[in-house]
Design a protein around this ligand. Sequence first.
Ligand code: NOJ
Length: 563
Amino acid sequence: MTLTTDAVPVGDSAIDADWWRQAVVYQVYPRSFSDANGDGLGDIRGVVQKADYLAGLGVDAVWLSPFYPSELADGGYDVADYRDVDPRLGTLADFDEMIAALHSRGIKVIVDIVPNHSSNRHVLFQAALAAGKGSPERDRYIFRDGLGEHGELPPADWQSCFGGPAWEPVGDGQWYFHFFATEQPDFNWDNPDVHAEFLQTLRFWSDRGVDGFRIDVAHGLSKDLPAALPSQAELDAMDATGGRHPLWDRDAVHEIYREWRQVFDEYDPPRIAVAEAWVATAERRAKYATPDGLGQAFNFDLLEADFDAAQFQRIVADNLAQSEVTGSSSTWVLSNHDVVRHATRYGLAPLNGSRVKQGSHWILAGAPAAQIDLEQGSRRALAATLFLLGLPGSTYLYQGEELGLHEVGDIAPEDRQDPAFFRGADPDRDGLGRDGCRVPLPWTSSGASFGFGAGGAHIPQPGWFAQYAVEAEEADPSSSLNVYRRALALRHELQTVEELEWIRTGCADVLRFARPNGWQVVTNFGTEPFDLGEDAGRLVLSTQPVSGGALPGEATAWIAPAA
Ligand code: NOJ
């Protein structure tokens, strides 16, 4: 299978506007990355302090999860002011310094935009509450009269994504809608003020020098709510794949992104955007990745797949074919702040024939530690990552995955922060919550909060973090960190033309593909060694030691072109 798009060399400044097409983007979850002021919460100056680390890792861009003022009802995805920095995390001056520190090292910056909902502390929502029923202020959010004689019953029985009711009373007979936590009221995107608010926000950060945006819940903004609301059961029974569902993935949402594209294109190079859109099919996802829209969309297919050659090959082929249709490049993701870290996922004992379900936390919730094979998980994770890094397209890495860090499964209820845990989200999805992948990073093997900061860590770190610390891994040439570093350095040679050609291996568990410049990637998803043949002589990187020309099971090899 071959994909051809712009056959242009990477790194040519003449095509800087295309920097995102094959970029490696590193996700920083700011409150858990690095704490410069020792208050237990990661901050913007913490990112500045680690700029050399990020440059040494070799990433092309950093995506910062929300760092805006927030009551932290949902880890910062409840934004109280879209155009400022949470004072606990720093100031706008710190932010400017961070941009300069990263840009001077050749690293681009992407920030998270959360347009589906604000915090209930946002000035617009506070104004809506104060202004009362029927006011223009209330029209910026989704308010409805309650049912019952005095509006004491919710307008519908809808459930929020984090569990619990999706409608909240405000005390005057009206209720507001929230897809997520109670503190996250949904905006009404039929209201022009909401459009204006976000256009201003996009320009604000673009003017400050950010290179792009990650769009939260990009498939949820447009809604079509009739006067008589359907029940949750009726909603669930509706087709969500045709663009006309009342709540999700409506075709109309793309009108918003066409408007945003005009703003992105006001800048040189144009600002980029990547949609977080959990939609039903690759075809629906492609609609978010058009050049007149957001341009790129997260592809979570591999994140949701088992460590399985057939699944990986089908997913890659399907998504590269989709890229050909849209002209965008595919994205590849194995971990982020919403899912169980992939090193742990891949070590879970299979349940119902599959190790993952929606990339979720539920299996972990039901899996005693003894059922997790950490070593197998680590082996597979590194093999899968090197497979991804060899593919055409861009790869999104989540902080700590370069250390092979595992999920923290045993966080005490009183130390948990995720609303999905407290609201009793669907156990089939986020039952245990997402705190286990958000524990502050270990930088040193000892000391306060393992070098995260001079003080504590806002989610307690387990003792075993010591062995995954950056300091420990830097000293070990075969560590996960050093494999990531070598891979990212080599990747600049490997990523030229956005094409891939599968090579038959004669083994169902082994995938092998070549890039047009002759680089090859071989991944052994099985447990039996695979003979690399004469190509073993050109091996430049492998996730497990190769001896006698045989790639061990659960390993990936990169092979340089013939001279
Ligand atoms: C998706 C984000 O990734 C997640 O962390 C957040 O809880 C929801 N959107 C709501 O903003």
